[in-house]
Design a binder for this molecule. Sequence first.
Ligand SMILES: [Zn+2]
Length: 332
Amino acid sequence: MKKYGLGVDIGATNLRVTIGSETGEMLAKLIEETDRSRDPTAISRQISRIIRSLCRSLNLNVEEMVGIGIGSIGPLNLKRGGIEQPANIPGVGFIPIVKPLEEEFKLPVVLLNDCVAAVVGEKFYGDGKTVENLIYITISTGIGAGVYVNGNLLLGKDGNAHEIGHIVIDFDGRLICGCGKRGHWEAYCSGRNIPNYVRYLVENNLITGFEKSLPYKLTRGDWSKISAKMIYDSAKQADRFSLEVVKRIGVLNAIGFASVVDVYDPELITVGGSVALHNSELVIPFILQHIGEYSINRVPDIKLTTLKDDIVLHGAVAAAFNPPEVYYKLVK
Ligand SMILES: [Zn+2]
């Protein structure tokens, strides 16, 4: 009897695999560093090996699994069933995922963007269970979202309806995003780009007191060494400069959230990703404080996800049990 689902979270750093029940309980979980070699078959082979070892350790057969759900870093090519030249693994080209796993395990495989998988996890196993209009937003290395509107998971024409990190929040385009374009939300507020924003604020005298700040001391004035973590940690120690930076990031996040609220009209937004999860008291309150200044739609509940770091993995298991119809429409 098919009782369990396999869930896979392909991250730029870590690869996580779990076996879960339909109610969302994880029987076991294995985490390894993602194989970032140039061999395009490396990741699917790594997933296969971990699945086999998990099954062995739990004394389960692959035949007892309903399928394999995967949440992955992008960019995904859903029609080809893999990852297309990920920026995080330079020089690798296309990484096939769906076909090799389907062939090896003879199970259905569902491949979703990690933020999309996460919102599926929230819908089935988290605070999104009772709502039909739900958004999950991750503030991490980048910024992204998964969206349900009227109970429908949104994928878009190429499966990229989650790319909210590239909403333009600055029409003057002062900072360049990792994608190469200007003025995008994540160019200012993502973990990777917060240091750029800090340098911009200091260089343009939009914020003062850098020379007396904790980050200045910690980096000995070498601001190429500033990190998002350093800014949030210093703000937690009441460093005035860092608190001011965190506040400004909060206003920009509120602008991003307001755009999302006005477009999708959600009842609930849950927030995750390392920057938000580790600094929730410095992230969520500023969004709540300022979002009403920018959104026209009724402001929804906005709170930290209770599924934490495992949200993508939960979503992957949920997708194995409940493959989204829209996914099959898109890949066929
Ligand atoms: Zn961008």
